[in-house]
Design a protein around this ligand. Structure first.
Ligand code: NAP
Length: 319
């Protein structure tokens, strides 16, 4: 098969489309003919060689953790789908990638709703899983109506978590750089500029109280988030590894035994069908321009996801 891959660590230019062995669905997995795959920060770090997984990563490596496509192989015991089904989901975490290819193996998935384009669905998987997990850990659920502050809300994860929090009944205050106000309002949030002095600016909005806070950006705001909510127990971070030292919970997808947020994929799909959820897509690049896609995904201002269109790798496949 054809795949976007790199055989040495380095800048985006190390990426190219080359042939690779086809993967096959293991037990409980499905293989898809990939239509689109989002670019995530983990893909950039693995390619650059700055990820802690660098030493154990087999090269050449195919990046991409999220994908949408058409099922063409169903692994033993994988239930609820059949060849020909249109799905979106997340690759097997042990592979650390593999989605930006003609075929990819998904560890969990949901039916692709007609309301999401291939590009949106291909970019949704880890954002939805992560957002769902973070909201579960924070205890944001229907009927509790908390005010939730989300720091770092315009990127791939933030733009999804805002919408899923609103769908659970939260009042969301969301941070972005100046100029992102309309984007954040469109997601259902009250916007506030990010950066030092955040607590003061949130208080100046006239928000009576902030019950909970989620740090998506890992940009050093935990002290202000704790001050706003009244304690570290009301704050969760996705990206600041100093959090646990200050009593703030760090949620990652790789800590064994913690429940994950995969159940959120079907929830997001159902919300999309009702017009209550979309995946902001900042830019779409064909596979042959994967280097440009990685460069774009590393550059602010972020407005949702950068996506690779992989249809040209599978000539003749149904669109
Ligand atoms: N723990 C987990 O399970 C998990 C899962 C997925 C991702 N992550 C991590 O979560 C982080 C966000 O992922 P992503 O996909 O959303 O990345 P992204 O698309 O690159 O978005 C990053 C966001 O952070 C904002 N930002 C930049 N500087 C900031 C600052 N000083 N204060 C507040 N916000 C700031 C950016 O805004 P501008 O572009 O306007 O500057 C943008 O909205 C990454 O570190 C990623 O590795 C963790």
């Amino acid at each position: 098969m054809q795949a976007v891959q790199f055989d040495r660590f380095g800048p985006p230019e190390v990426l190219g489309v080359r042939s690779a062995p086809e993967p096959h669905a293991g037990p409980g997995q499905v293989r898809i003919a990939v239509r689109a795959s989002g670019v995530a920060p983990v893909d950039l770090a693995l390619r650059a060689g700055t990820s802690p997984s660098r030493d154990s990563l087999p090269l050449p490596h195919i990046p991409g953790v999220d994908a949408a496509g058409v099922v063409d192989e169903v692994g033993e015991g994988a239930e609820g789908c059949a060849p020909g089904d249109e799905v979106f989901g997340v690759v097997d975490a042990a592979r650390l990638g593999g989605a930006s290819a003609q075929f990819a193996v998904l560890a969990f998935w949901a039916a692709k709703p007609a309301a999401l384009s291939w590009e949106e669905a291909g970019a949704a998987g880890t954002g939805v899983e992560t957002a769902t997990r973070a909201l579960d850990v924070l205890g944001v659920r229907d009927g509790t109506d908390p005010t939730l502050l989300i720091d770092g809300a315009t990127g791939g994860v933030g733009s999804i978590v805002v919408q899923l929090a609103v769908a659970r009944g939260a009042r969301v205050v969301a941070t972005g750089r100046p100029g992102s106000e309309e984007f954040l309002t469109g997601l259902g949030a009250t916007p506030v500029p990010y950066g030092p002095g955040l607590a003061e600016r949130v208080r100046a909005l006239g928000v009576a109280r902030v019950d909970l806070a989620l740090d998506v950006a890992g940009a050093g705001s935990l002290g202000e988030l704790v001050a706003l909510t009244g304690g570290p127990g009301s704050v969760v971070t996705l990206a600041d590894f100093t959090g646990p030292g200050a009593g703030v919970r760090l949620s990652t997808g790789r800590i064994g035994g913690q429940p994950d947020g995969r159940h959120g994929l079907a929830v997001a799909a159902a919300l999309a069908e009702k017009g209550l959820f979309h995946v902001p897509v900042q830019a779409v690049f064909p596979a042959v321009r994967a280097a440009d896609a990685h460069a774009a995904a590393a550059t602010g201002p972020r407005r949702g996801k950068t996506v690779l269109d992989l249809t040209a790798l599978a000539p003749g496949a149904p669109r």
